[in-house]
Design a protein. Structure first.
Length: 314
């Protein structure tokens, strides 16, 4: 019986390469148990008194609650409960038996006796613990990565893929502060699609969305790498042109207007074309983002009143 157990243990992480002569007597104190599926083996709220070496079956590790998906699934050859055994503390996770399992159960005393009796087992324990630390680090890194993905998603407009108003508020403000310090010129354009309500009413919202994306792409394709573009809201866009004075800003605005009115490769080729109106303004001493946006908006309103599909300056 013991010899067949040795054979099984020899293929586990904890007992790999361990000479059983030195520990045979200690193993006699251990139990091999069968545990049905859905048994909660470890629970952070319940003190743990055992280390389990999985001989057969499968257990799931859940980090926060058992109702959350498992974080890690462990099979034959793995062990659980070693950290709480060594530290004599509560377990750091839940462990639930996910399919009927056979396990060798060690008490804390037996575990320490085994570690004292076998260098190989002590080394295996170190390697196991180091693996747990690495898994912990990986989990932290993944969660930081996911968090930064969520944060960057919070700055992106879902329909057009452009940056959104929240991003604009920060990025434009930062750039304006830099401009005020450097004393270099800086311009802002406000852009609005012409008669977009009529377009939606005539062709439907789905076509409206496609055209909105096509306009966003045309704007993006016709700006320089350092220019900042955002969807301001609805069918309105805003552009910040760093290091750009009035004549150049008007030329860029004109290039954007043409790119939409006379697209080279229209994305929504099956839909009627659209035009945009633009208002531009330049940074003045002591300017604020709000004042610049307001002036650009007033200029845009002039462009609309003057017949649309044109650029007007503040
Ligand atoms: N399809 C679609 N339509 C939108 C979206 N956001 C805003 N709109 C529509 O854009 C239209 C804007 O209408 P208005 O503000 O009256 O302006 P307009 O019809 O473009 O007229 P002018 O600006 O004066 O040329 C509204 O009908 C909105 O519903 C969007 O994400 N998708």
């Amino acid at each position: 019986m013991l010899n067949s157990l040795h054979a099984e243990l020899a293929s586990t992480r904890l007992f790999a390469g361990v000479s059983f002569d030195a520990i045979e007597r200690l193993l006699e104190h251990c139990r091999v148990v069968e545990v049905p599926a859905d048994t909660v083996l470890l629970d952070p709220a319940v003190p743990n008194e055992h280390l389990y070496v999985l001989l057969d079956g499968q257990v799931d590790v859940h980090l926060t609650t058992l109702s959350q998906p498992y974080y890690m699934r462990l099979g034959a050859g793995e062990c659980v409960g070693e950290m709480s055994m060594i530290e004599a503390r509560e377990t750091s996770a839940y462990v639930m038996v996910s399919s009927r399992s056979r396990m060798l159960v060690l008490t804390r005393d037996t575990m320490w006796s085994l570690i004292n009796a076998s260098h190989a087992l002590a080394r295996n324990m170190l390697v196991t613990l180091s693996g747990r630390v690495r898994q912990g680090n990986d989990a932290v890194r993944d969660s930081i990565h996911r968090q930064s993905e969520f944060e960057s998603l919070a700055f992106v407009d879902g329909l057009t893929g452009l940056h959104n108003r929240r991003w604009l508020d920060q990025a434009f403000r930062r750039q304006l502060e830099r401009g005020l310090l450097d004393g270099k010129p800086l311009s802002i354009l406000m852009i609005d699609i012409d008669h977009f309500k009529r377009f939606n009413d005539t062709h439907g919202h789905v076509s409206g969305d496609r055209s909105l994306r096509a306009v966003a792409l045309a704007l993006n394709d016709n700006l320089r790498p350092g220019d900042l573009l955002a969807r301001y809201g609805g069918e309105e866009f805003a552009v910040l042109l760093p290091d750009t004075g009035a004549p150049q800003a008007v030329a860029i605005a004109e290039r954007l207007r043409r790119a939409v009115a006379e697209p080279k490769a229209p994305l929504a080729a099956d839909l009627p074309g659209l035009s945009i109106s633009l208002g531009d303004t330049q940074m003045r001493p002591g300017d604020t983002l709000e004042r610049m946006l307001e002036r650009a908006d007033t200029a845009l309103y002039k462009a609309k009143s003057a017949g649309r599909n044109r650029v007007c300056s503040a």
